[in-house]
Write a protein that binds this ligand. Structure first.
Ligand SMILES: [Zn+2]
Ligand SMILES: [Zn+2]
Length: 369
């Protein structure tokens, strides 16, 4: 009975392969190392291929194809398709169809990897189950030559790049099995689980500074292992922004690479949220957090202080909005552009100060209730 239910519910070949890969990584690889040692080519190949496959997913599948947060040339789309195929996470059309639905139907029962169905489901369970969703809402991608080619030859490309190529590289230095284990099995396992963590841990732990009505959370720690995708609360608020970590020091190598390539026009039309929209999201969120706590017998002092700061923040926000739109309308540089830039800077400084004060109030409120 138990087994017949498991057969009905789970895609067994998928369960088998997604169990075999980590098992071989944690058992097979250590045995190989005990008997054959490590040569420098193997960790190096592991890191290089992890970087290529990981960026194929974050820069290619995610930011380029699923969200169209920047544009590029067909040659780069082909490169992104090949690197992404190396991550063994299905075709661009299937991946993007699921991901676009995840954004549209977040936290509902139509979200393919909804955290509401539990950590395991969001992490990997949804892939192992039979009831997977249809491919939809990707007609824009199906016109692309790289996508059409991948749809026709996905398994050949992905299995070759994921396993045969590392084994061939290993063969070139006399250790095909070592190449396969390091550059193939361990590397695919790591890319898999760190991508899966975006759907599980990034909806589980971290801060919600841009939207409290979603399960998505920002975590700098997760960003370290996911090529910058850990700033997930921001990402769900502004999914079309080519950045996930918006501060220059936020660890987001995908953002840095996309921006770097834009200096050579290899990437162009990079989309990003305006400072006004970002500040507005932050202030709306902190105001909501304060209001949520304010009916808990609070000292009225805090609340009146908060409402004065909130008013001033919103006043400065509307000034910033006007300044930004005027700044955009100025075609030439020179004095007036510089002057607006100065005014925008001072306005942002005032809003930032209000934000800091509101954060202090929020911390104080939390400490007294
Ligand atoms: Zn998400
Ligand atoms: Zn996304």
């Amino acid at each position: 009975m138990l087994f017949s239910n498991l057969f009905k519910k789970y895609n067994l070949p998928m369960v088998f392969s997604l169990s075999l890969l980590p098992l071989l990584s944690v058992i097979g690889l250590p045995f190989y190392i005990i008997y054959n040692g490590i040569v420098w080519q193997e960790p190096a190949m592991f890191l290089v291929l992890w970087f290529l496959a990981g960026s194929g997913i974050t820069i290619g599948y995610h930011r380029l194809f699923a969200h169209r947060s920047f544009k590029t040339y067909p040659l780069i789309e082909w490169l992104a398709m090949l690197c992404g195929s190396m991550a063994l996470q299905n075709t661009i059309t299937k991946w993007c169809s699921d991901h676009r639905r995840h954004h549209r139907k977040l936290d509902t029962d139509q979200d393919p990897y909804s955290i509401k169905e539990g950590f395991f489901h969001a992490h990997i369970g949804w892939i192992l189950k039979k009831s997977q969703s249809n491919i939809e809402n990707v007609s824009d991608l199906q016109k692309k030559s790289a996508v059409r080619f991948q749809n026709r030859h996905y398994w050949k490309i992905s299995l070759f790049l994921s396993f045969i190529l590392p084994a061939l590289i290993g063969f070139a230095y006399g250790r095909p099995l070592g190449g396969l284990l390091w550059g193939g099995i361990l590397r695919v396992t790591m890319v898999h689980h760190f991508t899966f963590f975006i759907n599980s841990l990034c909806h589980y732990m971290g801060k919600r500074d841009y939207d409290i009505h979603t399960s998505a959370k920002d975590s700098w720690f997760m960003a370290l292992f996911t090529f910058g995708e850990g700033y997930h609360n921001y990402h769900h608020k502004f999914e079309w922004d080519y950045r996930n970590g918006i501060k220059w020091y936020n660890f987001d190598p995908s953002k840095w690479i996309i921006r770097f390539l834009s200096f050579f026009n290899i990437t162009y039309s990079l989309k990003k949220a305006s400072d006004y929209n970002i500040f507005k999201a932050k202030i709306d969120t902190i105001v909501e957090k304060i209001h949520l706590l304010s009916d808990k017998n609070l000292d009225k002092d805090y609340l009146s202080k908060a409402s004065i700061i909130i008013e001033s923040a919103f006043r400065n926000l509307s000034v910033l909005k006007k300044l930004e739109s005027k700044y955009r309308d100025i075609n030439e540089g020179g004095f007036s552009k510089k002057e607006y830039k100065k005014q925008i800077k001072s306005c942002k400084h005032k809003i930032q100060k209000s934000l800091v004060s509101l954060m202090t109030i929020l911390v104080n409120i939390k400490s007294v209730i």
